[in-house]
Ligand binder design. Sequence first.
Ligand SMILES: [Ca+2]
Ligand SMILES: [Ca+2]
Ligand SMILES: [Zn+2]
Length: 228
Amino acid sequence: MRASSLLLGGLLVAMPSHGFLIQTFESRSGNQVQQTWRYPDRISFVLHAAGSDDLSPAQTHALIRESFQVWSDVTTARVEFVDQGTTQNSVPTQRDRRNLIYFDETGRYLDAPPETGVIAITRIQSHFATGQITDADIIFNGRDFRFSAGLFVQPGNWINLKDVAVHEIGHLLGLEHTPLDGPPHIRPTMNPFNHSDDPGEAQSLEPDDIEGISFLYPDIVYQASVGS
Ligand SMILES: [Ca+2]
Ligand SMILES: [Ca+2]
Ligand SMILES: [Zn+2]
């Protein structure tokens, strides 16, 4: 079943069946190393208590939790998160082994000059030889952007929070931008975020995203049921 659908895809459209890319780096020995979580079924995250100053803390936290769940809902991937609640004092750092979700309203931690268009950054720390991820913080640019819960288009620099959060959590998991493109409603979430799409277009995963995460963290049961 699997082989024939791949073959059909190749014959009919003559393009790769997937476009997803995984995050890699070159180790000191010159090898390409893939960034992954050693225990993808217990990746923890902690929410900065203040949330976004454009939303209530409760609204912010609910949207972030929903965004994590979009990825853990993928049945073919072994990805589960451990919700560590909120923190008042933690700030983004690669050294605390806490995966913090933070809204930077002043630009102090973003390390990006104003108006650069960066909506959010996911900073990943991984072991230099194994690629095993030890810390991943997501920092939203609350200085230059305003985050909303709504699905209606608002003038100015408003961004639907869940659209960006689902994309950034894809980076946190080890996925890079996919080159696969298409109309907004079917474009992979791991395509570079497109500011002009309607709010809500990037909240769901597309086949390429699901294939990517299932490749990185295959679910053993699923693997056994489809063979290889
Ligand atoms: Ca951290
Ligand atoms: Ca803000
Ligand atoms: Zn991105």
